[in-house]
Design a protein around this ligand. Sequence first.
Ligand SMILES: NC(=O)c1ccc[n+]([C@@H]2O[C@H](COP(=O)([O-])OP(=O)(O)OC[C@H]3O[C@@H](n4cnc5c(N)ncnc54)[C@H](O)[C@@H]3O)[C@@H](O)[C@H]2O)c1
Length: 369
Amino acid sequence: VSERIVHVDLGPDSYDVQVGAGLLGDVGARVRGVSSARKVALVSDATVARLLGATVGASLHSAGFEVLTFDVEAGERSKNWRIAGELLEAFAYHGLGRNDLVVALGGGVIGDLAGFAAATYLRGVDFVQVPTTLLAQVDSSVGGKTGVDLAAGKNLVGAFQQPKLVVADTSALMTLPESEWTSGCAEVAKTAVLDGEEFLSTLEASAASLMARDEAVTVDTVQRCVRFKSAVVRSDEKDRGARECLNYGHTLGHAIETVAGYGAFPHGLAVAEGMRFAARLSVEVAQGSVEFVQRQDRLLDSVGIPVMSQALAPGSLLRAMHADKKARDGQVRFVLVDAPGVWQCDPVPDATVMEHLQAWSASKGGGSG
Ligand SMILES: NC(=O)c1ccc[n+]([C@@H]2O[C@H](COP(=O)([O-])OP(=O)(O)OC[C@H]3O[C@@H](n4cnc5c(N)ncnc54)[C@H](O)[C@@H]3O)[C@@H](O)[C@H]2O)c1
């Protein structure tokens, strides 16, 4: 499968996303193409470092970079202020300079964390994303949102900093645990639904191959998602309008994660549940159709994302929705998709949300509390 390049056109902040199998073999030369740095801070998590750190480090070294490696513990818990501060202190201790470079090697946690460190160190140094999860390749590595979590909530602190380059090697995804693959598939399904009929029908036809991690299908799928995301980011770099669509499924999804406790449900599963919910809501409050609800259900089923079997208390979910940073003027907002490629973001009255949450909970055998 040949390499694909998606150009993210943001004027002086433009960059390429390289997508293909086996790209990490010469990642050093790829990075050298966008940086004259002497030193590289290679930031990763312990799991990814064990799998890919040596390959990537050696390749960077042979491209003439002095490589400083920083590994954090794997998982969302590392995406915090304290660890970001430790990275910044370490950059300074090792004399990382204005012209030097940060390379984020890992999933979305590492991309957000290392990107945030790069955005703030010396008021901003260059960084390159080398995403190693499906979610990071199709979504988080593109678009320049970086940040960390606070105790009060996820992603409450951050900065916009576009990378200089994204190297998405699909071969690196083969070691992903099944649950992480499925979680990424939820974002793929979200993207296909937002993008429109062409991607959606392609994904419907290739779902089984994607689940089997077929190389050609994976490269094609990642490229399609990146192309979509780059178009959205181009039209709304700083998240003031069109970029809102990327939150499809996230209003209920985030609430589920908050109420159940982070880590109780994989992010992708929560988002997929949110997509199923929003499509049903759309039938009532927008122009959604039952046909689309069913089509989307079948798509999610076909990429291996089960319907959540457990109910959560509707009252707690509604409270969590109000606490979300996307809520505005006391109103809960939903991205509503009426048909493939047709979406809007609307406030929905509490009474309507509550009624749907109760139906949702009852469908899982839950109470109405
Ligand atoms: N910046 C954005 O626009 C944006 C968009 C969506 C999500 N995010 C953020 O992304 C984060 C989630 O990202 P994620 O799902 O990639 O999580 P993650 O980075 O925690 O990775 C998931 C797990 O997979 C492991 N892993 C990574 N690559 C692997 C590989 N190749 N083989 C085996 N294991 C591997 C990691 O060690 C980790 O345990 C969240 O913090 C979320 O807020 C950011």
